[in-house]
Write a protein that binds this ligand. Structure first.
Ligand SMILES: [Zn+2]
Length: 621
């Protein structure tokens, strides 16, 4: 095993506090801790596994509802670890046992009646082409199983329940044995159009199960999978070779909107990092670091997530931006693992920027739901999937990001130095040393960090966006002042994607998610040209009804993008419904160009609908 550069906090030793924690608590309560969650939400997620009907009525392929239980339970296990709530700890154990009653004697536990239906062949692939579900080759049997196994493994780790761990082992054994018997490599299973990345993301929980049990069979199967991404014939995402080919990721193969499924790919990269941890195979780490950098350049959108809705199509080259919350969750996760392993603080910058912007904007302020797609203007896309009332792919994943951010608050390197990574109000204890962080960061620009031990060696992360961070010490209290550097962020107008404004193109349609009337404000405010954005510290700012921006100032096809000599002046503005609100003036060479109120991106529209005069907004200037 390779030692990470940094160790994280145990979840139970951290409390996230301050303004963001109010919404987080509401969200975790509604989605995981409440009686409603345990009965209604979990029951709906359990149904496809109980009825095994994800492949019902489909001559080939099948649905992905079977992922909902695993995603929700994965979140619940981590929230139980964080809260140590006795009732939730009891519930996750009982609910796992309830699911185990649906396990077949051979070990299969999933949502497909035809458990052997894992891949398309010539005949079934053709059937799918002729009668497509959702327009693509829908088949998620192994993906769904991955989430069930991973979630139950986490429950077993939190509750120390050996029966649950045994069930996971039998599930994994059945899967590996079945794949060997069918003689099908994992990379051709599932939706073949996305090059097997859904099924191949099994790698991470497979290795976690190896780490937990030491059973060689799991490491052997992982080692069988790795060469699928290092192929002479160049098929598949071929991460281990393509990582160093010098092309932007979306250019690896034609038609990225078809194959480059963002969070499934990032889930695979997480697996490669775990393989590095277990075996020390350096090229796995190097490939993932190179792909992360590739995405940060080619697919970063102005909400600081990667991707365009759910694909890597070179999002940096598009005038409009929309991003799937699952992608944000996994971008944060991937960045975090790279930080822990390498110790490079640039990964913390990516985490922080994605957390305060795309992620927080996607979690609704009433705590009931998350967006599926977060748009840069007008309104986010709530999305309902597979006729489910209480579950969709992102909302079930979302608690995990709060838990990742909690665990990442403080870390400690191998030499024993602590690093304060994030400055959201929090109380975190690591190795017996408690850090108390206060200051309403990043709306507030002065933070105090009280350290319980005067002997502890402590380092403070200087955010990459921050030109000046002053640290003063008075005994065990450190005062940090951040230059929040209000700024206009320009976007490159070179290499704008050719299909950016093609009304028949994938990005235009995908931005809408669902068909819309031509007069819908999402369509009316679709940008034809690149625009700049405004930032303060790590926060993207938005013109918004909630901030008090006048409706006629919300949207404009004009832009200040590329104009020289621009500065942004911000003055705090009282507001009861926004976290941060300011009167903004854009100046050119010191002369005012435009003035309007703005708020932090989260506050602009973290709720389900934005009527034309409701909570509508735009980050573009
Ligand atoms: Zn999602």
């Amino acid at each position: 095993m390779q030692m990470d550069k940094y160790r994280e906090c145990n979840l139970k030793d951290v409390r996230l506090e301050g303004f963001p924690s109010v919404k987080m608590t509401r969200f975790l309560t509604h989605r995981v801790l409440s009686e409603f969650a345990k009965t209604e939400i979990f029951a709906e997620a359990r149904t496809p596994i109980e009825l095994r009907n994800d492949d019902e009525g489909m001559p080939a392929g099948g649905m992905w509802r079977g992922e909902f239980w695993g995603k929700l339970m994965l979140s619940a296990a981590r929230v139980a670890d964080y809260t140590q709530d006795a009732e939730l700890l009891d519930f996750i154990q009982k609910e796992s046992h309830r699911l185990m009653t649906f396990q077949d004697p051979d070990g299969y536990l999933g949502s497909y009646t035809d458990k052997e239906r894992v891949a398309f062949n010539e005949v079934t692939g053709k059937m799918m082409d002729e009668n497509p579900s959702f327009g693509w080759h829908c088949l998620w049997n192994i993906w769904n199983r991955k989430y069930i196994m991973w979630a139950m493994l986490m429950v077993a780790k939190v509750t120390h329940d050996q029966d649950i761990l045994d069930s996971v082992k039998r599930q994994m054994n059945q899967l590996i044995d079945m794949m060997h018997r069918q003689n099908i490599p994992l990379y051709i299973t599932g939706n073949d159009q996305i090059m097997g990345v859904a099924s191949m993301s099994l790698l991470k929980p497979l290795l976690m199960l190896y780490e937990e049990t030491g059973i060689q069979k799991y490491l052997d199967y992982a080692s069988e999978m790795i060469p699928y991404w290092d192929r002479e014939d160049g098929k598949g995402p071929n991460f281990l070779r393509n990582a160093f080919n010098g092309k932007e990721l979306w250019q690896w193969y034609p038609n990225a909107s078809f194959w480059a499924k963002s969070y499934e790919m990032m889930s695979c990269l997480d697996g490669l990092l775990e393989y590095y941890r277990v075996t020390g195979e350096k090229r796995c780490l190097n490939a993932v670091a190179a792909i992360h950098e590739n995405l940060a350049q080619s697919d970063m959108n102005p909400m600081w997530d990667v991707g365009f809705v759910d694909k890597f199509i070179g999002a940096a080259h598009y005038p409009n931006a929309a991003t799937e919350l699952c992608d944000t969750i996994h971008w944060i996760r991937l960045s975090y693992d790279l930080f822990l392993i390498t110790g490079d603080n640039k990964y913390l910058d990516y985490m922080e920027l994605a957390y305060f912007n795309a992620f927080m904007a996607g979690v609704y302020r009433d705590g009931s739901w998350t967006a599926f797609s977060i748009r840069a203007a007008t309104r986010h896309e709530p999305n309902f999937q597979c006729n489910c009332a209480y579950n969709h792919c992102c909302v079930n994943n979302a608690p995990r990001t709060y838990m990742d951010m909690a665990a990442a608050t403080i870390s400690r390197d191998q030499e024993g130095t602590f690093q304060v990574n994030f400055y959201q109000d929090a109380t975190a204890t690591l190795d017996g040393v408690t850090f108390t962080i206060r200051g309403n960061y990043p709306v507030g620009d002065t933070v105090t960090v009280t350290v319980s031990s005067t002997d502890a060696k402590v380092r403070f992360r200087k955010p990459g966006w921050c030109p000046q961070m002053d640290v003063t010490q008075d005994g065990n209290v450190f005062t940090l002042h951040f230059d929040m550097a209000p700024r206009i962020v320009h976007r490159s107008t070179e290499n704008i994607a050719a299909d950016a404004n093609d009304p028949n193109g994938w990005p235009y349609k995908r931005y809408q998610c669902v068909p819309m009337a031509p007069h819908d404000s999402v369509i009316l405010n679709y940008r034809k040209t690149m625009a700049a954005t405004m930032m303060r510290g790590p926060l993207v700012l938005a013109r918004a009804c909630r901030a008090g921006t006048k409706p006629e100032q919300l949207y404009s096809p004009d832009t200040v993008n590329g104009k020289p000599g621009l500065t942004l002046k911000l003055t705090p503005r009282p507001n009861e419904v926004c976290w941060g609100c300011w009167d903004a003036v854009i100046l050119q060479n010191g002369k005012p160009l435009e003035a309007f109120p703005v708020c932090d991106f989260q506050s602009a529209a973290d709720s389900m609908f934005g009527a034309p005069k409701g909570n509508t907004f735009s980050i573009w200037v």
